[in-house]
Design a protein. Sequence first.
Length: 219
Amino acid sequence: MGAPAPQPPYEALLERARALTTGPRRVLGLTGPPGAGKSTLAARLVADLGPRRAVLVPMDGFHLANRVLDALGRRDRKGAPDTFDASGYVALLRRLRPGAEDGAEDGAEDVVHAPEFRRDLDEPVGSALPVPREVPLVVTEGNYLLLREGPWAALEGLLDETWYVAPDERLRIERLVARHEEFGRTPEQARAWALGSDGANAAVVAASAHRADLLVDPG
């Protein structure tokens, strides 16, 4: 992939996504740093395409459970690359994408059930997102879709397109702080997490931006 060029308005993004709904199932990935607006954009695309054309399967469903993070001593870095079940996410995408594995049969499973992350619980919930065989586009979003280290490297070739969402940095931080406050942190704790743990993860994600097919400013 070459260096991505900035992408025009939302309507153009929707049409580009719509073009992926013809033919065999495809997987569209949206990546970017924490607070970039990936989830909002992905949900909007899927809603506008409709349930017969697209389904949303976020990467965040593969967060390790809090008790596992506690046992590993990684709870204070939740959201870092090694706090996810990356291999599980890769395995799911292989199930969802026809031909991703040698000998895989197109649509071998009538429905694949994916996990989701519940922010109100701060935990993943398994088998919460059904993906019917006939839906032609899976939209997935997460921080590390373009990371090429460790088990994340196996994602290469599993995404038909990957868009990098890059908003104004000040707006991104404001969103992160507001999100952390909404789910129970004090303003001071929220800002510290947004600039600390989230900031470190954002730097890792930014280093992968050059691999994207498209650079998106969600506004």
